[in-house]
Design a protein around this ligand. Structure first.
Ligand SMILES: *Cc1c(COP(=O)(O)O)cnc(C)c1O
Length: 456
């Protein structure tokens, strides 16, 4: 039996990518104010900025797009997608949104008040920003193992139940719901075990609090459960997915991840709580509840994508891809978050730049170096993304300095990964020439998207 795990698809349509010279990239990064978000995509060779909405759709999805019913109210495409989502989640109420953060905004506006606190393993950046915008405290309570990049643990996305219980006892009145993010994007794309989700759900319910899951990568999380959690080896991923959803009272979803589409999101809720408020808010900011900011064709593509996203051959290949790059990097002596997560490899920038002061944003600096060396675009998950400049000019910093290489679904082949491994090894060899940065201009929220930097 051959042991090589192949891409379980063949290519029907291609999109050329463009090589640039080092000199060109230096000029381009300069023009982008040393912020890779500000680069033009066509100036990037391998774009691993995000796995969000960047993947390749299947021929079945493109076929479904022609079936889109663009009626304003009550479109057939809505009911087709609703049926798929009800089957997977077991939840009655489904509302599409244009993407994940819209689902967050609509739900949080309906369910939270200023002064509230929401526990989560780790809030994703848009989740945190949407809560903080409403004056709600977003509390990250991932298990301590989840904060140690080099430590091997099968479920580093688990939430620390003791700390949740303490929070429920001391500030219970201010908790509108508990959240859990699967997989834990901010913490390294690490999965949450079924046992942890179940215990968390039971704990919240004992205190009369609902559980809202951020389910962007529910399929990858389910595959990790199948591969790692005792008792699940022979359970089909679809059944694992259904069991996960059975523990929740509601979900926010960015369909741009495991929905396998380029745009979309949704809210699902098990019962009537918040429904009127959510629906009103949805109409105000997204659109009529049967399309919620999407075209009918988007709903069709998502209905197919949700089913393709739980295909086990696809998921096995998907998780192996990240693992493969991780192995190559470790061989080259590059520190990564271990074990590799589902959608990305996270490089521990400290392993390459141990002496760069945090004030020079080492992960941001490494990110820039990857672009300059090989035209690869990753994203900093560190103190630019999660630090803050206070009003008095002082700064707070993030506990980890990571560079995330996130892989669009069904898009890059093994040779792209081999090339990237070589580029990263070269950057490591040349680490003393990597320059830090300072931020010269920044907005008050989500500053990494638009900030302007200069060399430190
Ligand atoms: C992407 C993402 C979101 C936000 O979704 P968008 O579609 O980008 O608005 C929320 N939570 C997690 C965990 C995500 O990965």
């Amino acid at each position: 039996m051959p042991t090589t795990l192949i891409e379980p698809f063949r290519i029907k349509s291609i999109e050329p990518i463009r090589m640039t010279t080092r000199a060109e990239r230096e000029r381009l990064l300069d023009e982008a104010r040393l912020n890779p978000f500000r680069l033009r995509a066509e100036d990037v060779l391998i774009d691993w900025l995000t796995d969000s909405g960047t993947g390749a759709m299947s021929s079945r999805q493109w076929g479904a797009i022609m079936e889109g019913d663009e009626s304003y109210a009550g479109a057939r495409s809505f009911y087709r997608l609703q049926a798929v989502i009800r089957e997977l989640t077991g939840m009655e109420h489904f509302m599409p949104t244009h993407q994940g953060r819209a689902a967050e905004k609509v739900l949080f506006t309906a369910a939270c008040r200023k002064g509230d606190v929401v526990p989560n393993n780790c809030h994703f950046d848009t989740t945190r920003a949407n809560l903080e915008y409403l004056g709600v405290e977003a509390l990250d309570l991932v298990i301590p193992e989840g904060l140690q990049p080099a430590l091997i643990h099968p479920f580093k996305g688990n939430i620390d139940l003791d700390r949740v219980e303490h929070l429920l006892r001391t500030r219970g009145d201010s908790i509108p719901f508990g959240m859990i993010t699967v997989t834990n994007n901010t913490g390294g794309g690490q999965p949450v075990s079924m046992a942890n989700m179940r215990a968390y759900s039971e704990l919240l319910h004992r205190h009369g609090k609902p559980l809202i899951m951020d389910v962007c990568r529910f399929a990858e999380n389910a595959m990790f459960i199948k591969m790692r959690e005792p008792g699940y080896t022979d359970v089909p991923v679809k059944a694992i997915v259904q069991e996960m959803f059975s523990l929740a009272d509601g979900c926010t979803m960015s369909a741009k991840k495991d929905g396998m589409v380029n745009i979309g999101g949704f809210i699902v809720l098990r019962d009537e709580q918040w429904m009127d408020a959510v629906r009103n808010m949805l109409i105000l900011t997204e659109g009529f509840p049967t399309y919620g900011g999407l075209a009918g064709r988007d709903l069709e593509a998502l209905a197919v994508g949700l089913q393709e996203g739980i295909d086990e051959d696809y998921l096995r290949y998907r998780l192996r891809t990240a693992e493969y790059l991780g192995e190559r990097l470790e061989t080259a002596g590059v520190g990564i978050m271990r074990p590799t997560g589902g959608h990305a490899v996270y490089i521990d920038a400290r392993s390459i730049l141990p002496d760069m002061p945090v004030e020079q944003y080492p992960a941001w600096a490494l990110c820039n170096a990857l672009y300059l060396q090989g035209g690869i675009r990753g994203v900093e998950i560190g103190s630019v993304m999660f630090g803050k400049r206070r009003e008095d000019g002082s700064e707070t910093y993030h506990s980890m300095e990571l560079v995330r290489l996130a892989f669009p679904r069904r898009m890059y082949t093994q040779s792209h990964f081999d090339y990237a491994a070589e580029v990263i090894a070269e950057v490591k060899e040349d680490a003393r020439n990597i320059r830090g940065v300072r931020i010269v201009k920044q907005p008050p929220f989500l500053r990494h998207f638009t900030c302007e930097c200069a060399w430190a």
